[in-house]
Design a protein around this ligand. Structure first.
Ligand code: CP
Ligand code: NVA
Length: 331
């Protein structure tokens, strides 16, 4: 039961008197499409708001800031965490979320995204979308008059990385100057971690096999802003050495199921196991966005030893997304 316990959320001094004051917080943009669009300050603003959301939730303080508002959630890929955390988060904020399956709605029959955007803008107050192409999300946002939130594309998973940064800051008490190593596929998670990490002052090292590099736009960004604070290497040991946080993700993402066997061969040697982790700093954190494949990208031993951090990361999806919805959708 060691890893099933619920972490205590500490009471702040004078907690009875403490009411989070979110009134002054404002979001910078209409949408959250990718972390490349945000400044480091914007990201920290979301994390601070997320901490307050978590505090309110843990202490039963009222925070129904989105009373009467509705979020449409479009899913063209599977989900457990994203669907539940957005739906529960919206409920806790006093609003309502509705699920639209890509297949069962008219989106699956080819209705243009610009028409869906204009229709949903007349019923709802925000749209969350999980789909394949980033350009579909950008197109949706261009034609919607309400905020659009990216709930994962092949290119980016910004909400997940906000939760990761929140968890890292919570546990390590800071972000600036930490070293984060990502081991595995240069996928949506790698792309968003590189951008989010570097914007928050984290040094980022990525180890992936040749042919599986992160997106070129992300690498250009990293090279332009980070200099020696960013490294792309082939050797996982090199990336993980002296890391404060080690992150991995599946080797075959949604939509890549047919490449799975080839990928299992290509990623041999990229498993985050105890041997690899012994090169990181003592007390290093491990993060995994889930779902995890034990024995592939992460060993069962490492997963269970770091389960508290990994499930805290999953929980923080709720708080981070409540912060995003609050900042984007409040009046
Ligand atoms: N991590 C994550 O996005 O999980 P789901 O695919 O279950 O939403
Ligand atoms: N890279 C994974 C993340 C799942 C949350 C995928 O896109 O399937």
């Amino acid at each position: 039961m060691r890893n099933c316990r619920r972490l205590e959320y500490p009471l702040a001094p004078n907690s009875q008197l403490f009411m989070p004051d979110l009134k002054e917080r404002k979001m910078m943009k209409k949408d959250l499409l990718k972390l490349l669009d945000l400044s480091g300050q914007d990201i920290l603003e979301i994390l601070d708001t997320a901490d307050q959301m978590k505090y309110s939730q843990k202490h039963g303080l009222p925070h129904d800031y989105l009373r009467g508002k509705t979020l449409a959630m479009i899913f063209e890929k599977n989900s457990t965490r994203t669907r539940v955390s957005f739906e529960v988060g919206m409920y806790q904020l006093g609003g309502h979320a509705l699920f639209l399956s890509g297949k069962e709605s008219q989106i699956g029959r080819g209705e243009p995204v610009e028409d869906t955007a204009r229709v949903l803008s007349r019923y709802c107050d925000g749209i969350m979308i999980r789909t394949f192409a980033q350009r579909e999300v950008e197109e949706l946002a261009r034609h919607a008059s309400i905020p659009v939130i990216n709930g994962l594309t092949d290119f980016a998973h910004p909400c997940q990385v906000l939760a990761d940064l929140m968890t890292i800051r919570e546990r390590m008490t800071r972000l600036e100057g930490l070293k984060l190593a990502f081991v595995g596929d240069g996928n949506n998670m790698a792309n968003s971690l590189i951008v989010g990490g570097l914007k928050c002052g984290i040094d980022v090292s990525v180890a992936c096999p040749e042919g599986y590099d992160p997106d070129g736009q992300v690498l250009d960004f990293a090279k332009s802003v980070a200099g020696p604070r960013f490294a792309l290497v082939r050797d996982p040991a090199q990336a993980v050495t002296d890391a404060d946080v080690v992150v991995t993700d599946v080797w075959a993402s949604m939509g890549q199921e047919e490449e799975r066997q080839q990928r299992l061969r290509d990623f041999a040697g990229y498993c985050v196991d105890s041997g690899l982790l012994s090169l990181a700093r003592p007390g290093c954190m491990v993060q995994h966005c889930l779902p995890a494949h034990r024995g592939e990208e992460i060993s069962a031993e490492v997963f269970e030893a770091h389960a508290d951090e990994i499930f805290e990361e999953a929980e923080n999806r709720l708080h981070a997304q409540k912060a995003v919805m609050y900042l984007l959708m409040k009046d």
